[in-house]
Design a protein around this ligand. Structure first.
Ligand code: QV4
Ligand code: CA
Length: 512
């Protein structure tokens, strides 16, 4: 009996680690600040056909509207209620998006902000995305409803009511994160409201949640909430499928709270991954690509089955959160494409691709004074649609890294090599490395300041393969480089260090 209970509990929590991706799909993309109508269209015209597995969306619930600074992106991390109208669109548009994405095999993961409501200085009135009245000073949110009884202020022991010391786990969980009114998740009433919110989204068809600020919530509290979540909607998911949970815990080491405390509840964001990958590709601190032979757990990252990995996220691409200066972003496009390709070629973790918008950076003494700027918007603050140019790139300031040929093709590579082991490693003891995935794919990087010129065992069957970085296979020809793999699996690679993209990738489906 005891054993059975253990198996059931373990089974339940393990299930929350499963992203519930549709067969053959492996990567998800964060369409940061996109409107629901644009995401629906993107699922149908691009993500579905190109094998993307899912989309992380920005918080869909009612949020504060901030006028100073003007409509920052971070206003959406200040909830006012669980009504589903946000800067990205209405509840009807959200529902339509979930349905249309699911219908083309693309999952939706919701960014769930459940640790707090708006900032204590958020004022009083109806400056909220659905127009609900609230009062931050009275801690009154009638549209949930939450009242002052539903917040943690009595529990928090710091003088300011703020988190003052990240080495004290009580402060981190019970006090305010940057002034955000901290919900009392130990209360049955609050747990119920949060679970209802998440269950409504599950019933609409979402596949899971990125749980914001998980470090700031007690594992035991969120566990009770996760246990109340419904199974996924059987219109699109197998019966009994559990929602995927991935928790935002920034753990670079050296703090009281570690990612481990959340492993049994779902996956966790592995922030060491992007920080280290950036250091390696920038060749800082004496790091070399050749040292990544044991990339993954060998580098002290969390167990494979727990990790969500990414090169950058919406915080650390603009200096928020953590990861530091080493983080590579679309601003360093050449390095970014290599880092993203490395992540997508490597088997470790559940990969998430970032998709950003451009803003006017204004870096003063290492800090971006414009780190608050919201998505491309009209004068009234409404978010602009994402226009698609004739060459398939995005216009109006939307970067659409996920549409860059090199990244899109590496998402396909990851699908093609899914389940195959890391194999046929080669390095030059510097910054030229190569590895394959069983007999299904092979990738070669040159991040040194001299040419790469070498013959390597690829593990692939003999034949002519199209490089999916400089081009791709179109019909019976390659639009970029061709690689000849001999019947012995060996192939010659030449990559100049001055090439636009100094790396080559080939896979089973890019064979002529
Ligand atoms: C200001 C002062 C405070 C003061 C407060 C009083 O700075 O000292 O107490 O006013 O009201 C914004 C402003 C911030 C302001 C706050 C409250 O930037 O200056 O406080 O609002 O009005 C995002 C942004 C934050 C933003 C927040 C809410 O990054 O700048 O704060 O949204 O709008 C830690 C956490 C981790 C977190 C990371 C950023 O462990 O969980 O910091 N990451 C997630 C999200 C992130 C989001 C939040 C958490 C909060 O990924 O985007 O913060 O939901 O590492
Ligand atoms: Ca908290």
């Amino acid at each position: 009996m005891k054993f059975l209970i253990l198996v059931t509990l373990f089974g339940l929590s393990l299930a929350q680690h499963n992203p519930q991706l549709k067969s053959g799909r492996t990567a998800i993309v964060h369409l940061f600040e996109w409107r629901w109508a644009d995401i629906a269209a993107e699922c149908e015209r691009f993500l579905g056909p190109n094998g993307f597995g899912g989309v992380q969306i920005s918080p869909p619930n009612e949020h504060i509207i901030v006028s100073s600074p003007w409509r920052p992106w971070w206003q959406r991390y200040q909830p006012i209620s669980y009504n589903l109208c946000s800067r990205s669109g209405s509840e009807a548009e959200l529902r339509d998006m979930i349905t249309r994405c699911n219908n083309v095999g693309v999952n939706i993961y919701v960014d769930a902000v459940i640790n707090h409501m708006c900032g204590s200085g958020g004022g009083e009135g109806t400056h909220s995305s659905c127009g609900s009245w609230f009062s931050a000073s009275k801690k009154d949110f009638p549209s949930v409803p939450y009242s002052s009884l539903d917040f943690n202020d009595n529990k928090c022991k710091t003088g300011s009511g703020e988190i003052e010391n990240y080495n004290d786990p009580y402060q981190v969980r019970d006090c305010r994160l940057v002034g955000l009114l901290d919900l009392a998740l130990e209360k049955e009433y609050v747990r119920g409201k949060v679970a209802d919110f998440m269950n409504k989204l599950i019933d609409m068809g979402v596949a899971g949640f990125r749980v914001d600020a998980s470090k700031h919530m007690w594992p035991g509290d969120v566990d009770t909430i996760y246990r109340r979540l419904n199974n996924l909607n059987t219109k699109w998911f197998p019966s009994g499928a559990r929602p995927f949970i991935f928790q935002e815990v920034i753990d670079l080491g050296g703090e009281a709270i570690s990612a481990k405390e959340y492993y049994h509840l779902g996956r966790v964001t592995e922030f060491k991954y992007g920080a280290k990958l950036g250091t390696v590709f920038r060749k800082w601190n004496g790091e070399k690509l050749s040292y990544t032979k044991n990339w993954g757990e060998g580098w002290g990252f969390m167990p494979d089955g727990n990790a969500v990995v990414f090169v950058d996220n919406h915080d650390n691409q603009r200096g928020h959160g953590a990861g530091g200066a080493s983080i590579v972003t679309f601003w360093d496009a050449r390095l970014y494409k290599m880092a993203a390709a490395y992540m997508l070629a490597h088997p470790y973790g559940q990969a998430r691709v970032m998709s950003s918008y451009r803003w006017n950076r204004n870096i003063v003494n290492g800090k971006d004074e414009n780190d608050w700027i919201g998505p491309p918007s009209n004068g009234d603050g409404s978010t602009k649609p994402v226009p698609i140019n004739a060459d398939q790139t995005c216009g109006d300031g939307w970067v659409c890294e996920h549409r860059w040929r090199q990244i899109k093709n590496m998402v396909i590579f990851r699908n093609v090599v899914n389940g195959q082991p890391h194999a046929n490693w080669w390095d030059n003891q510097s910054n030229q490395v190569a590895f394959g995935r069983g007999n299904r794919g092979f990738i070669v990087f040159n991040n040194d300041d001299w040419a790469l010129d070498v013959t390597l065992s690829t593990g692939l069957p003999g034949g002519t393969y199209c490089d999916v970085i400089s081009g791709q296979k179109e019909g019976s020809r390659c639009t970029g480089k061709q690689i000849q793999v001999g019947s012995d699996g060996r192939a010659h690679f030449y990559i100049s260090n001055t090439e636009e993209d100094p790396f080559i990738a080939i896979h089973a489906d890019s064979k002529l």
